[in-house]
Design a binder for this molecule. Sequence first.
Ligand SMILES: Cc1cc2nc3c(=O)[nH]c(=O)nc-3n(C[C@H](O)[C@H](O)[C@H](O)COP(=O)(O)OP(=O)(O)OC[C@H]3O[C@@H](n4cnc5c(N)ncnc54)[C@H](O)[C@@H]3O)c2cc1C
Length: 469
Amino acid sequence: MGIVKFDSAGEWNVRVPLLIVGAGAAGLCAALAAKEAGVEAVVIERDAVPSGSTALSAGLIPAAGTRFQRAKGIADSPDWLAADIQRKAHGQAPTALVETVARGSAPLIEWLTEHHGLPFELIENFNYPGHSALRMHGLPSRTGRELIDRLRNAAELNEIIVLTGCTAENLFAEKEGGVRGIEIVRGDEKRERIGCDALILACNGYGGNPELVRRFIPEMADALYFGHPGNRGEAVLWGEGLGAELACLAAYQGHGSVATPHNILITWAVIMAGGFQVNTEGRRFCDETCGYSEQAAEVPRQPGGIAWDIFDARIAVVARQFEDFQAAERAGAVLIADSVDELAAQMRVHAESFAEEWGDVEILKTRGGRDRYSRSFSAEQKLLPPYFAVKVTGALFHTQGGLVIDTTGRVKRKDGRLFPNLFAAGGAAVGISGSTAAGYLSGNGLLTATVLGHLAGASAAALVSDQSE
Ligand SMILES: Cc1cc2nc3c(=O)[nH]c(=O)nc-3n(C[C@H](O)[C@H](O)[C@H](O)COP(=O)(O)OP(=O)(O)OC[C@H]3O[C@@H](n4cnc5c(N)ncnc54)[C@H](O)[C@@H]3O)c2cc1C
């Protein structure tokens, strides 16, 4: 798996102008963009029905300056989004790429809405950490399943060929760096070689490859992996074989609020709308509003490797817009009590310290000021009974390191030059989150998958068209 064969005279079962590995958000946006530019792409997908991590996500994409924001009177700009991304990434994200993505975000949402019928709407009733404007756009069900189903539908309407049940195993290249094609293995073990003029890697990262996670992200080696199991790191392995530049391999999107033992995502809205987390000793342990990604490692460090999300009925209404939260309620993951003591008893946490922490939070909401972790609660409403609690743990969602690309999606070599016909997008390429989990701003995943997927598709199509003239 993931081997590069330097074989420039390969025999092909079939040749296509543009080959895309992976039919997640990045691969399908790339194929749609190529089609618009007049180039037929063939997409290789390991699964029988494309889903990817895209289907597991909440499907929320940040975009700055959209008509949806303007209709609600929300001021925003690509510069603000770029500044927010860099602030969260501690200035470590590649500037040109961040600007490209931020500038491309509103046109991308409008393209998906107007050209491909995806009914995006602005999320208005809570904001994610680090975003200076309301700019998350989601589909009616607030699920990534709806996002991938609608993208797949758009691909079908555009007669894009998606070869499902096919795993791209080996990559053929010339010693000089030109990519020649891919060897695929079908479900029935049949092998075929597909030659191409250009290749886009949209096969996400290495979260589904325990060996690579242990090698690059040891702090999450034993953590729950909550992303798509089929993302096994071929982009990184091929990149290593080809001499591509790889960066930020320790970075990842994590999450510190996965209901356990139910394994259901509990939206961070429960925290951002005025909730907080405590450990089994009833103690808070951080400023939760820094972000959910860094909590992925923080929560497992607490006694028993778990924490509790604490909120109330008003916040539960906000959370219920997500189908995952409704599923958690149905699964019995959400505890409800009429008093703080009763909640502590149900949670089996230390009642006195829990009541003390609760009191401190509520005082801060009334009087203002910051807690010992520097969190401000002054804009938050008091929690009112009935009170809610969910036992959660941390999980690895998807890796953020990968192939270094330029602003057209072309993959860079270690010597700084570009590969002539190799592109990458989404989780296969390096992210815009810097080198740690803490650098991940909510939405960076789908933002880069969709905007850079579109860009890589358009750039690869232009290359292929130029070559055929
Ligand atoms: C639980 C969860 C919630 C999330 N919520 C959000 C959110 O709300 N907003 C946000 O921005 N991001 C979110 N993310 C991150 C987001 O899902 C990813 O960043 C995004 O989906 C990546 O898209 P992609 O197309 O690169 O990868 P994917 O959607 O994973 O697609 C990659 C595809 O490639 C296929 N593939 C892999 N290897 C091969 C191979 N060798 N041959 C053939 N096919 C292959 C896989 O089967 C898969 O279908 C979330 C992630 C998770 C896990």
